[in-house]
Design a protein around this ligand. Structure first.
Ligand SMILES: Nc1ncnc2c1ncn2[C@@H]1O[C@H](COP(=O)(O)OP(=O)(O)OP(=O)(O)O)[C@@H](O)[C@H]1O
Ligand SMILES: [Mg+2]
Length: 224
């Protein structure tokens, strides 16, 4: 599903070159739930940006769902992001003026789906995360955990092959965090492929497999 081979990412700031990722090989099979854990500055966000097709590697090969995305242009990558990846961020990124339903519908607008089909999919996704009775609520009228669940519904509505979550419980109290992890686990049980990035071992432990990143190098958990 996701295949990274010998990925290098070098940031050239003029004076110094930062080797943010060095020879990273990362493979995720369809239906897996993989956590990437590592300390601050280890390269997690850099890797997340590459996996999420928000940036391209300096060298190396990246295939996502059968497509070579390592050499795509920005506009090609935008299409891949819209169809192949559902994003869940630490700080939800819901639009405050839109209802939960409208937030979830938004990415579907760019797919050219009709109004009825968008609404049907959005209600279905919100129901799946337990927010079927909150579809008209604005983000401020939802708890933090409910906002993150709405964000998960938005990520799911387009039925992407990959769900990419960056510290999805980072801004939540422990009860809401557990609820969000339970939903991710449930989605994975139903076959959704999930890659979750965290610095929290207890969160990583919920995944089926954990890989560690340190100083831009990747290690399978237990293989060090
Ligand atoms: N745009 C950039 N230009 C130059 N160097 C960068 C850039 N982005 C990140 N870096 C450097 O690359 C390395 C990895 O950074 P990255 O943001 O991926 O770490 P991280 O694991 O996400 O850390 P944190 O847990 O603090 O978010 C760091 O040394 C950082 O200073
Ligand atoms: Mg980061």
């Amino acid at each position: 599903m996701l295949n990274m081979e010998s990925i290098h990412k070098v940031y050239d700031t003029g004076k110094v070159q930062v080797h943010a990722l060095t020879d990273v090989c990362f493979h995720v099979a369809e239906g897996e739930f993989v956590a990437i854990i590592g300390p601050s500055g280890s390269g997690k966000s850099t890797l997340m940006n590459l996996i999420g097709c928000l940036d391209t590697p300096t060298s190396g090969i990246y295939h996502l769902d059968g497509q070579d995305v390592s050499t795509m242009t920005d506009s090609q990558l935008a299409v891949v992001r819209n169809f192949k990846i559902g994003f869940v961020f630490q700080s939800f990124h819901l639009l405050p003026k839109l209802s939960a339903l409208e937030n979830v519908e938004l990415p579907l607008v760019y797919r050219g789906l009709g109004r009825e089909e968008r609404k049907r999919r959005a209600v279905e996704a919100l129901t799946q995360v337990g927010l079927g009775d909150r579809v008209r609520h604005k983000p401020v009228e939802l708890s933090g955990g409910q906002q993150q669940r709405a964000a998960i519904a938005r990520a799911l509505a387009g039925d992407p092959p990959l769900l990419l979550a960056d510290e999805p419980t980072g801004n939540l109290d422990s009860a809401s965090g557990k609820e969000v992890l339970r939903i991710l686990q449930d989605l994975n049980d139903k076959g959704r492929t999930i890659v979750l990035i965290t610095h929290d071992q207890s969160v990583a432990d919920r995944a089926g497999r954990v890989v560690r990143i340190e100083d831009g190098r990747m290690y399978e958990e237990g293989s060090r």
